[in-house]
Every structure is written in structure tokens, then in C-alpha cells.
Design a protein around this ligand. Structure first.
Ligand SMILES: C[S@@+](CC[C@H](N)C(=O)[O-])C[C@H]1O[C@@H](n2cnc3c(N)ncnc32)[C@H](O)[C@@H]1O
Length: 286
């Protein structure tokens, strides 16, 4: 949804823009082309590997960009340190990137057998291994239910806890097979491990609370008549975006541009399966 994102941001030369999830810089390079000359892009990412890729993508605009390794929940402090009081546009393209999913060493996906990790920021103390091997059964069940929307969360949690009495659960494949055992008759089109993996990843990176905090701070830093665009990839994220926009709109601080979230075109859904769950919401500061 690159074109939709870029056009929704209403960019002009000279703008100061925050790309709060700069990733490999795919959106950022299109943003910077629209705001130069005179514009400035601040790119944040929690993942240093992503920032390295963004640095390469944005190399020819290095003088107009600042790339910062941090969590976007700290964007107020980051903008303050950069001397930015108001933003002319802000993008959040939340969740994980296909690079992170496909990096076999990061342990995000059961498609690659790896040590359970799932940290976007390798400086975080708690990894997926700690969640799976150390959390109490009730806490595991609760997070698998709340963050994975898994109906059989208690059953999955029980299987995890029983297994780790024998030996630690160290790898994505070990966890995937265990979830399959727990949900043995409940296979569908989607791998039954998907929901539990999503839940553990959200917990490890504290993704929903970070989104809530970062989104509010981003809205509060927007200049009047300027836009915020958020791309999310599952219903829990989209609900936070919808409710945050609504709350600011009710106070008269935001105008919601997308009454319903925009979704990917049929053509994009075929060429890029990940776009099937993407939801785009746009709002403008009053
Ligand atoms: C879907 S990708 C963004 C891709 C990017 N728009 C591009 O064009 O390449 C999401 C990125 O956001 C980062 N991320 C997710 N949550 C974050 C957070 N709370 N703070 C900072 N970065 C975060 C991830 O590390 C990942 O690189």
C-alpha cells in the first residue's frame, strides 16, 4: 500500500516528517523524495539491523535524514533531542517486517527453526525463550488468549508447562510441534501455531502498549492540518488505532480521514500475501 500511504501523508517540500518504523527505508525513501529540498526525515526503529538497511536505502539523502535506534514509545524524548517541536507528517507501519520474519536467526517465525527469541531490539532483557520457559501457566494462558485470540489458550499453556518440566523449550520448531500436539484436531487453513507465536511476540516486544503510547505522542506532536498515517496488521493493533483516533476526534483535536480502514487492492493481495491483513488509517490534526 505504498502509494496510498505516501499520498495520504500529503507531503510537501520542506516538511519535517517522522517515520516511526523506518524498517528497511522503503517508505522513507519515497517520503524523502517528496520533502526535498529543504525537508527533514527522522526515522526510528527498535531493530539495529533494520536501521543498517535503512541507512543504505537512504544513502543519497543522508544529509536530510536522522536514523535513531529506539522504541517509538519514546518519540517525545527523541524529537526533543532533535529540536523538533511539531511534525508535518508521521507514519507508523507497525508490527514486524518480512526481513525479520525471514531472518532465520531471529526466531520470529516457525518457518525457520531457530532459537526462540523474537526480540526486535536485541537489547531487551526478556526473549521468547524466557516467556515460554519461565512464565506461570496462568500468565501464559492469559497472554495467548489476549494477544493471540486463541480459543484454546489454556490447553496450549498446559502443554507448554508440562513439556518444560521434562526439558526446556528452546527452538521455534519445538514450540510449533508442541502447539500442534495441543491443538491436534483443530487444524485449519492457517498453521495452528500462528496465534500463539503472535501472542508471544507481542508480549516480548510489549507491542500493544508501545503502540498506544507512541500513537498518542505522535498525534500530540502533529502540527495543525498535518497528517498521521498508521498501517497495522492485526485486529488488536487496528482497534488501538481506531480508538485512539476516535478519542482525539471526540475532543476536537483530530479529523478522521478514513472512516473505515483502507485495505490492499486485489492485485496487491495476490502479489504480496502479507498485505491481506493490512489496514490503513489516516487522521489530520485540527
Ligand atoms: C512493517 S516494518 C516497517 C517497514 C518500513 N515501513 C519499510 O518501508 O521498510 C515495521 C518495523 O517497525 C519496527 N518496530 C515495530 N515496533 C516498533 C517500536 N515500538 N519502536 C520502534 N520500532 C518498531 C520493526 O523493528 C520493523 O523494522
Amino acid at each position: 500500500m505504498l502509494d496510498e500511504v505516501i499520498s495520504s501523508l500529503n507531503l510537501r517540500p520542506g516538511y519535517t516528517v517522522l517515520d516511526a518504523t523506518v524498517g528497511g527505508g522503503g517508505h522513507a525513501i519515497e517520503i524523502i523524495k517528496k520533502i526535498c529540498p529543504g525537508g527533514r526525515l527522522i526515522g526510528i526503529d527498535a531493530d539495529v539491523a533494520a536501521l543498517a538497511r535503512a541507512g543504505e536505502t537512504l544513502q543519497s539523502f543522508a544529509g536530510s535524514c536522522r536514523l535513531i535506534h529506539d522504541n517509538f514509545r519514546n518519540l517525545d524524548v527523541i524529537l526533543d533531542a532533535e529540536g523538533v517541536q511539531k511534525l508535518d507528517a508521521c507514519l507508523l507501519d507497525v508490527g514486524i517486517s518480512s526481513f525479520q520474519i525471514n531472518d532465520g536467526d531471529r526466531g520470529f517465525s516457525f518457518q525457520h527453526d531457530a532459537k526462540l527469541d523474537m526480540r526486535m531490539d536485541l537489547g531487551l532483557e526478556r526473549s521468547a525463550w524466557d516467556v515460554v520457559n519461565r512464565y506461570k501457566e496462568e500468565d501464559l494462558a492469559e497472554l495467548i488468549r489476549n494477544y493471540g485470540e486463541e480459543r484454546f489458550a489454556r490447553r496450549v499453556a498446559r502443554y507448554i508447562v508440562n513439556e518444560r518440566r521434562e526439558k526446556t523449550i528452546d527452538t521455534t520448531e519445538q514450540l510449533r510441534l508442541l502447539i500442534h500436539k495441543a491443538l491436534r484436531l483443530r487444524r485449519g487453513r492457517i498453521d495452528p501455531a500462528t496465534r500463539t507465536f503472535q501472542a508471544i511476540r507481542i508480549e516480548v516486544n510489549d507491542e500493544l502498549r508501545a503502540l498506544e503510547e507512541g500513537l498518542k505522542k505522535a498525534v500530540e506532536h502533529l502540527a495543525p492540518c498535518r497528517r498521521i498515517v498508521v498501517l497495522s496488521f492485526h485486529s488488536l493493533e487496528d482497534r488501538i488505532v481506531k480508538n485512539t483516533f476516535k478519542a482525539y476526534a471526540a475532543r476536537g483535536d483530530l479529523k478522521i480521514i478514513t472512516k473505515k480502514p483502507q485495505v490492499a487492492s486485489d492485485r496487491e493481495r495476490v502479489s504480496n500475501p502479507r498485505s491481506r491483513s493490512a489496514k490503513l488509517r489516516v487522521a489530520e490534526r485540527i
